[in-house]
Design a binder for this molecule. Structure first.
Ligand SMILES: NC(=O)c1ccc[n+]([C@@H]2O[C@H](COP(=O)([O-])OP(=O)(O)OC[C@H]3O[C@@H](n4cnc5c(N)ncnc54)[C@H](OP(=O)(O)O)[C@@H]3O)[C@@H](O)[C@H]2O)c1
Length: 344
């Protein structure tokens, strides 16, 4: 591929900080030129954009656990790309990599930072699965279930946002480890899906059922482990249904919309005291060194047909902004990815 400083580089730029729900018109399409590389930089042509709820946090003034995206900057995302130029000897043109990218045709990447730029292997599965089952969702599910919650055979595990990229894999991994798994999802179709495809033994429809009443019915002895992707009232309800010495993993807070880093905290937290609960957080960054081994284990389960991979795939660079709000409005199950180009 021949590149010159005049090669057009389409970018979706944040034009203003969203107030409340993020909207497609918070972004403008501009055509820039290729950036100059300095020592250590890697220039990547983007192939896939992944969607994560935390992108909404990066759009707040605070930014959460990463620097906030400033108006005038392209929108950050997890992505897959192909190296087209490099000033880092560890990355050569033609190689396929995964890491933090942005909604643009060409992105300058660094190999350092909290999540190093990852070389992707040639593999007999779709490239985009490196954003889903072998990406943030699958890996967080793996570490959350195995290390955070230490799920073991015989546990009763509850998982919220169970159709999501993370939740759907957390359900399957907990089931593989011998747990009884109860998923929580919105609506009868999604509840059916988590039983048929995500390994759940039972489902709770949080939009049409009383979650507390259903937990009392399904788990009268209390929940051993809760993988929390939702926060808010649902977390509060779960506190009342945990078994003594139960474990809670705080992974996300989808119910809070992520429009602000300040979220509704639980009022039933004294259950931590009275029931000797353990509440732990997870951030994939902390497991960076263990990712290759985890990806290998997930790969083996996928190859053996023991994990169902669901992808919610869309096509076309121009769609980037319109897909982001769907993270909070009940998108289809699985990992949301946008295919923007093919490898050269
Ligand atoms: N800590 C980490 O390192 C880490 C890593 C990955 C993800 N996360 C977090 O994990 C959570 C799930 O991420 P994901 O990638 O799996 O997202 P996802 O694929 O978009 O799934 C999110 C699901 O959340 C559900 N949801 C949305 N609003 C809800 C509400 N008000 N109440 C209950 N459920 C709601 C939706 O399902 P329904 O249609 O059933 O409502 C949606 O499918 C997010 O909060 C994300 O930030 C954290």
């Amino acid at each position: 591929m021949t590149l010159s400083p005049d090669t057009p580089n389409r970018q979706w730029i944040l034009n203003r900080r969203p107030q409340g729900d993020v909207r497609p018109d918070d972004f403008d399409l501009v055509v820039g030129t290729l950036p100059e590389l300095t020592d250590g930089d890697v220039l990547v042509r983007t192939l896939f954009f992944g969607y994560d709820a935390s992108q909404r946090i990066w759009l707040t003034d605070d930014g959460g656990y990463m620097d906030p995206i400033m108006p005038g900057e392209p929108m950050r995302c997890g992505g897959i790309g192909q190296v087209v130029a490099s000033q880092n000897p560890a990355y050569q043109p033609g190689q396929i990599v995964e890491g933090f990218m942005a909604w643009q045709d060409y992105a300058v990447m660094r190999a350092d930072g909290p999540m190093p730029l990852r070389h992707l292997p040639d593999a007999p599965y779709p490239l985009s699965w490196n954003l889903g089952v072998f990406g943030v969702g699958g890996l967080t599910a793996y570490f959350g279930v195995t290390d955070g919650l230490k799920v073991k055979a015989g546990d009763t595990v509850v998982i919220s946002a169970a159709t999501g990229a993370t939740g759907s894999l957390a359900c399957q991994i907990a089931k593989l480890l011998g747990a009884r798994v109860i998923g929580i999802a919105g609506g009868p179709d999604k509840c059916r899906w988590i039983v048929e495809h995500a390994g759940c033994d039972a489902a709770i429809d949080y939009q049409n059922e009383d979650v507390g009443a259903r937990l009392a019915e399904l788990v009268p002895g209390g929940v051993d482990a809760y993988f929390d992707n939702v926060g808010g009232d649902m977390l509060d309800t779960l506190f009342l249904h945990m078994a003594p010495k139960g474990r809670i993993l705080i992974c996300g807070a989808m119910s809070q919309g992520y429009t602000d880093v300040k979220v509704q905290g639980p009022t039933n937290y004294m259950r931590i005291c009275t029931h000797q609960l353990t509440v732990q957080g997870i951030l994939l960054f902390f497991y960076a060194d263990e990712i290759p081994a985890a990806a290998m284990q997930l790969g083996q389960w996928v190859q053996e047909g023991r994990i169902h991979v669901e992808e919610n795939r869309h096509e076309g660079f121009e769609k980037a902004p319109e897909l982001l709000p769907t993270m909070f409005t009940g998108k289809a199950p699985g990992k949301l990815v946008l295919h923007v180009a093919d490898p050269a």
